[in-house]
Design a protein around this ligand. Sequence first.
Ligand code: ADP
Ligand code: ASP
Ligand code: MG
Length: 424
Amino acid sequence: MPGALDIAGNRLESDDMALIIQKFGGTSVADVDRIKQAAFRTQAEVNAGHQVVVVVSAMAGVTNALVEYTDQMGALADAREYDVVVSSGEQSNAGLMALALQNLGIQARSWLGWQIPIWTDNVHGKARISGINTENIVSRLEVGEVAVVPGFQGMGTNNRLTTLGRGGSDLTAVALAGALRADRCDIYTDVDGIYTSDPRIVTRARKMDRITYEEMLEMASLGAKVLQTRSVELAMNQNVRLQVRSSFVEDLGTFVVSEEEIMEQQIVSGISHSRDEAKVTLLQVSDRPGVAAGIFGPLAESSVNVDMIVQNVSEDGKTTDLTFTVGQSELETAVTVLREKQSDIGFGDIVADANLVKVSVVGVGMRSHAGVAQTMFTALAEKGINIKVITTSEIKVSVLIDAEYTELALRALHTAYGLDEDND
Ligand code: ADP
Ligand code: ASP
Ligand code: MG
């Protein structure tokens, strides 16, 4: 189906029929009225002669409420039933959206994850998609019917319902776009595009026309939840033409594209932050070969994901301090596991701190420019913000700071890298 596209991803030959995936996030389908509004967006594409697959999230707040119910039921024993509960918000919205479309005179039906099916592995709560049967949907699209698919859900090889991890409706949309070789995948949300930083915090953040897959992948994995990280990864691998746009205003949004499509690279394209950070410091760790393996081995076995790591130089050649970060929900497990192994590993004490935030600057232009990290350190120093841990990769620099400085740091960095709206 793909053919020549203009910058906005519209087919150049305007009479051509395109296949478009429209994904509506929680705020875009937050109640019956919003669903009716969203249905007009679908109607516009249908009237333009396009085939449309609509992917819906649950109404805003519903998934959190469902997760809360499972928590109240007591310690989680059966993740398969967790998935049955938390996927239900998408199911009812798929039915409601199909009804909204039918009321506009559009042929539409819902396709639940197991009816398509969208096959996944059996890792309940964060299943991975392994394949999608497209024949049934394709034959209905060909006769002009709109397919409405609940996001976030699939079917495991055990024939049980699975969910794809929080924010997983983005992944459903991108996976369908890839499998159906769609011309465009539009992610409708409550902001009109991808900004240089979270526009709810940095008021001078600027909407980008385009961003590379690679930068968006870094920004998402470093906390910019506007797109689920795994969905960006899949879009990059399958070359899905992705647009983030608003369901509240008509404008074009931000396109996520490959590097070749962007002529002039910014050195820093965006600034992300993640509040889900906790720091663990082991004091007086014995300085001998194998000690890092002794610490991180048991953590990995307990499925604790370690992110940043710093080991100090040992002054006396006998002991050293070692600091690392984990997600806040894993802090308790990390501390318990290490306390159990204290005598095997050999350390003096353990200190934990969960009141932290990770701030990251991201840009593919960093590959060819020096001094990016220095600008960050200077800007933070000028505001009196202390850096606790630093990590870098080819296209990002991350620092860990006290959570109370989040807004100050984001705004200062945004200015320091010349990203503020009025800088044009
Ligand atoms: P949806 O429910 O539609 O999936 P999300 O809440 O998952 O919406 O994502 C949209 C939100 O992402 C915005 O409201 C915004 O606060 C946040 N966000 C974080 N970083 C960015 C960014 N760099 N650009 C745009 N939005 C961002
Ligand atoms: N409703 C799910 C969530 O809140 C999936 C999604 O909306 O993307 O995580
Ligand atoms: Mg989302």
